[in-house]
Design a protein around this ligand. Structure first.
Ligand code: ADP
Ligand code: MG
Ligand code: MG
Length: 894
């Protein structure tokens, strides 16, 4: 087994073995680009080290051989006193990961070689600057010394000299600093800074290996579901120096604008600086375009290289480079991150350039990016007053009056005010306030904090962890430092603020909100194919066309009224996968349902049902009309009956009051008794779904009749209705058989009476583990299955969805038990394996069984891919998620 690869030996496809950085360094080397020579220690070596606690025996010799070759090539030895070869030791896993060890530059410098470096470069200041950087980085990341100690000493040196930047320190200052740093290392670690170059290198390599199992890296991997046993590679790269004076420097660049996708010159450059200085913001960088003025030849070469990289990677790349005395060196490249809008634009631009095909273009965008583009946004042209920024935790643009407690949030929103709830951090007690607010802002906590998790669950805008804002709940105010970081701005309760959940920015006052052009396009108010269409809309239109052209999964909508159905159709729905009939029992019809529930006698009950029938029927007529020609799955009544009755406390108060006033309260009393009778400890597992149909005579028959009569009416009016009747919460085939017999009888009656052939189909939800486990039997009585993955997730995990998100999910996410709520993305291993097995068993019984899914998961990108894989026919989701589902279904098939 080979543990070390020279940069000339690898390539970009070897990311598993060489890590992302190593694989791309090799790729650039092979493209003939100017990469400082070096080699990569494989992830395999790291794995051996992590498993056994020591480096593989062969590693030392292999490293020695590669180092020797490198030394020969460079004509100097590592740390050689009169002319030292210096190297960087850089971590580089397959996925870039926060918490991994930082890079150590200038390895090989020592008390002995610092003078040699100075002599070779003819620059004493440079040599001491490099040495102090080495001790600082090595001390912090390899030896574990608190980095603050070095920072403070550096600040002190600048203060003592009365200067503000590190370039103003001269050789003597830096020399003193080195002594200082060495003393700090000795004091903090009980040993001297290692002077032996090879020892420096070996210690740094080992520190990179060890950092794989650092707490932060481990947590990140659990959350992102990155396997814990991949290991990291280590890159040893000969140093080039951007800190050799004004004709040297270092920079970062993008091959095109990561915000718009436009081609051009994007990046930052810093003269006389090393590595991290650019991003660390210690001095002001200049725009990359200025490099043309500073060093024309290097600039021209860089532009050339960027073009080479783009054509080669067929994508936007970001790069790190250094110029050493007028000579350009490439230090890193990778396919670069971009904004959601740019992703769509770049994908179509690359198709136009002939670099990628349509299937590949689909892989360059995601449903999450599309969803982001569908949120309303703050008007970019508006003048804004930035207060600070936090973590973009849940997207959207929210404006409202600042409130600092949930009670006020609820009170104000009841009186019609829009509010933003501002807290240091939220807890389950804040739930009501969060619901009442337009958006949530916290000054503490990250992407998995309570505020973030709950807000995302509710689809509410949230900015969290805005640490520069000081929230004072007691005095109902928040203090910001303002854009210059000095002047303090106080926001009192009631003052309007605007928060941007897509960027994390927080503004004072009202920022105007503009609707998303992408939504206008889906709504049909903008034509993506039109010549003058917005560039973004055009790109989205094209990508959607690719997706629709290739996908196998159909996309339906969850909708229960004609208006939603019509919108869903505009968004591209191919039918309704879930029409919940319970919504048809609310409002003024609630009284009729009360009568049904209260009925003592058969007659009373029939009366109540008879009154409901025409209302249900007219709802269905409208719906079938809106979805003419497309399937509409109607679910019979599902929720527990008590949901249609008044609240028990309210009712008790009403009864008590009437009693005290000696007023008649016959009805209230009966209602109260009924409420008591229907009260359940665990209503979600109680009398609901098919169970209602089986114990309340005539209920399901009435609903089936309403559906059948509505379909007949549409048919006779020349329409083309395709109704599918769905029975919820079935656990066993016997339940379904009983309901089915009754339904078939009713349908036959209606068909006879109306002289129609309705072609209605009957099917069931699969949302209980028992139903999934006996799907083969259930398919005997069902023409279709619709997986109700919300209930299935609840019952498989034993989680009460309404409770867990606010109580312990935060803890679960923080501990990395799962990276995302199983209510958001289907749990493939658990819930998913039941879905897969039930689909197979169902189709074994009935090969033409139609399969769909109607839980929230139907609009979740990851889950859509899963449903494609297990061979479902369609997913159904809320109208707004339809474009996302279409896109992901296309991506899954591409
Ligand atoms: P990160 O993964 O944090 O980007 P890198 O390994 O890329 O870490 O290194 C950090 C910084 O040091 C980068 O700016 C990089 O360009 C610079 N750097 C790394 N190796 C060298 C080298 N051999 N010569 C000069 N600069 C280097
Ligand atoms: Mg880098
Ligand atoms: Mg359900």
């Amino acid at each position: 087994q080979k543990f070390v690869y020279d940069f000339t030996e690898g390539n970009k496809d070897l990311k598993d073995l060489l890590g992302g950085k190593g694989a791309n360094l090799a790729e650039m080397t092979n493209l003939g680009l100017p990469v400082p020579p070096g080699f990569t220690i494989t992830t395999e070596a790291c794995k051996v080290y992590l498993d056994s606690g020591s480096e593989p025996t062969a590693l030392r010799d292999e490293v020695s051989a590669h180092l020797e070759a490198l030394e020969k090539r460079m004509g100097k030895k590592l740390g050689q006193a009169d002319d030292p070869l210096l190297v960087s030791v850089r971590s580089g896993a397959k996925f870039s990961m926060p918490g991994m060890m930082d890079t150590v530059l200038n390895i090989g410098l020592s008390d002995a070689s610092v003078a040699g470096l100075a002599a070779q470069a003819g620059d004493e200041r440079f040599a001491w600057d490099s040495y102090r950087r080495l001790i600082q980085m090595f001390g912090k990341t390899v030896l574990g010394v608190d980095g603050e100690l070095f920072e403070e000493a550096l600040d002190e040196a600048k203060r003592a000299k009365g200067v503000t930047t590190d370039v103003e320190l001269d050789a003597a200052d830096l020399k003193r600093l080195v002594e200082d740093f060495k003393a700090t290392v000795a004091k903090e670690t009980g040993r001297d800074f290692p002077q032996e170059p090879r020892e420096q290198m070996d210690l740094a390599i080992r520190a990179v290996f060890d950092s794989w199992n650092g707490d932060r890296a481990k947590l990140y991997r659990r959350q992102e579901r990155i396997p814990g046993d991949l290991g990291t590679a280590v890159n040893i790269c000969s140093m080039v120096f951007g800190n050799l004076g004004p004709d040297s420097g270092t920079g970062v660049a993008f091959t095109r604008d990561p915000a718009s996708g436009h081609q051009g010159v994007y990046g930052d450059y810093l003269q006389n600086a090393q590595g991290e200085d650019v991003v660390a913001g210690i001095r002001n960088t200049v725009p990359l375009a200025d490099l043309e003025r500073i060093d024309k030849a290097s600039y021209a070469q860089l532009m050339q290289i960027m073009e080479t990289l783009e054509t080669h990677y067929k994508d936007l790349c970001d790069i790190e480079f250094t110029i050493e005395r007028g000579k350009l060196w490439m230090l890193q490249t990778r396919v670069g991150k971009r904004t959601a809008g740019a992703a769509f634009r770049i994908a179509t631009q690359l198709v136009d350039q002939g670099l990628i095909d349509e299937a590949e273009a689909l892989q360059r965008v995601t449903g999450a990016q599309l969803a982001q583009l569908m949120f309303p946004r703050f008007d970019e042209k508006a003048k804004t007053d930035l207060l600070g920024r936090g973590i973009a935790a849940s997207p959207g643009a929210a404006v409202g009056k600042a409130v600092f407690d949930s009670y006020t949030a609820v009170k104000w929103s009841r009186s019609g005010e829009k509010v933003i709830l501002i807290r240091r951090e939220t807890n389950p007690d804040d739930l009501d306030g969060m619901i009442a607010s337009e958006g949530i802002l916290t000054s503490r906590g990250g992407k998995t904090s309570h505020a973030a998790v709950v807000a995302r669950g509710m689809g509410k805008t949230c900015v969290c962890g805005a640490e520069e804002l000081e929230v004072d709940t007691k005095r109902r105010r928040m203090t910001a430092n303002g854009p210059d970081g000095k002047q303090s701005i106080v926001i009192e309760e009631g003052e309007v603020v605007s928060i941007d959940g897509s960027t994390g920015k927080v503004y004072r006052g009202e920022v105007p909100v503009v609707p998303s052009p992408v939504v206008e396009y889906f709504e049909g108010r903008a034509d993506g194919a039109a010549e003058d269409a917005d560039e973004l809309v055009k790109a989205v239109h094209r990508v959607m066309t690719y997706a629709d052209g290739g996908r196998r999964l159909q996309v339906r909508a969850n909708a229960d009224n004609a208006e939603d159905a019509a919108r869903a159709r505009r968004f591209g729905a191919q039918g309704i996968g879930l029409c919940r009939t319970e919504h048809m029992f609310l409002g003024e019809r609630r009284e009729m349902v009360e009568r049904l529930i209260l009925a003592d006698h058969e007659d009373e009950r029939d009366e109540a049902l008879k009154a409901l029938l025409p209302l249900q029927k007219s709802d269905f007529v409208e719906l079938f009309e809106a979805m003419d020609g497309l399937p509409v799955t109607v679910r019979l009544l599902d929720p527990p009956l008590h949901e249609f009755l008044p609240d028990i406390t309210d009712l008790s108060v009403r009864v008590a009051l009437a009693e005290a006033r000696h007023e008649p309260h016959e009805n209230e009393l009966r209602l109260l008794q009924a409420v008591h009778k229907l009260h359940e400890q665990n209503p979600m597992l109680g009398l609901r779904g098919v169970r209602l149909g089986l114990v309340i005579p005539g209920l399901f028959a009435m609903q089936v009749r309403a559906i059948a009569e509505a379909a007949a009416e549409r048919r006779n009016a020349g329409g083309d209705p395709h109704a599918e009747i769905m029975i919820p919460l079935v656990g066993t085939v016997q339940e379904l058989e009983i309901v089915r017999e009754e339904a078939e009888r009713v349908i036959a009656e209606v068909e006879r009476a109306t002289g129609t052939d309705l072609g209605l189909t009957l099917g069931t939800m699969i949302e209980l583990p028992r139903a999934a486990l006996t799907a083969g039997q259930i398919a005997e009585a069902a023409e279709f299955f619709s997986f109700g993955t919300n209930d299935l997730t609840q019952t498989v995990w034993g989680f009460s969805r309404d409770d867990v998100e606010a109580s312990f999910f935060t803890a679960y996410l923080e501990k990395g038990i799962f990276g995302v709520s199983p209510f958001e993305t289907i749990d493939r291993d658990g819930v998913g394996s039941l879905v897969r097995a039930a689909a197979e068993a169902g189709r074994a019984t009935r090969p033409d069984l139609k399969l769909g899914v109607c839980g929230e998961h139907g609009g979740d990108p990851d889950s859509v891919h899963f449903f494609h894989e297990v061979g479902l026919d369609y997913v159904s989701c809320s109208p707004f998620r339809i474009p996302v589902a279409r896109l992901e279904a296309g991506r899954a098939a591409a």
